[in-house]
Design a protein around this ligand. Structure first.
Ligand SMILES: [Zn+2]
Ligand SMILES: [Zn+2]
Ligand SMILES: [Zn+2]
Length: 146
């Protein structure tokens, strides 16, 4: 009988321990994660707001996301895809430049790659200014001559 009581006591202590550790773990601070989406379109990667800015690119002008050919998901930049996707990126071939693959973070409209490249870095829908520096990185997303 004494032995049974001891076992009960051990269990009680064990459950108390479980309970208290759980209560403590719930008090730990939760890191802020911005789950970014624009007009129902999810933006993946390390987003910091709901206009497609990310931890790598977050100036006033950094308001586009690119849909990656490999996974058909929008990411704010190449680095976001590199750090979060579990696969190598694929670029859009020229034959598919009529695919909607650019998202304006200001108005949420989707542009085709051709529309984007002809836009003069201004959203044709809401006239938001895009970062002209992005053109230096076209080769990371789109098939180019060289
Ligand atoms: Zn991908
Ligand atoms: Zn990024
Ligand atoms: Zn726009």
């Amino acid at each position: 009988m004494q032995r049974l009581k001891n076992i009960q006591k051990t269990f009680l202590i064990f459950f108390l321990f479980l309970f208290t550790t759980q209560a403590f773990s719930q008090q730990e601070p939760i890191l802020p994660i911005v789950k970014s989406s624009i007009k129902g379109i999810n933006i993946y990667g390390k987003t910091v707001d709901n206009q497609t800015r990310c931890q790598h690119w977050h100036s006033d002008l950094d308001v586009i996301a690119i849909k990656f050919k490999c996974c058909e998901k929008y990411y704010p930049c190449f680095s976001c895809h590199e750090e979060e996707a579990d696969h190598k990126p694929q670029v859009w071939p020229k034959s598919e430049f009529d695919s909607k693959a650019i998202l304006c973070g200001v108005c949420g409209s989707e542009l085709t790659i051709s529309e984007y490249q002809a836009s003069g870095n201004t959203c044709p829908n809401c006239t938001a200014a895009f970062n002209p520096g992005c053109s230096k990185h076209y080769h990371l997303y789109f098939e180019t001559e060289n």
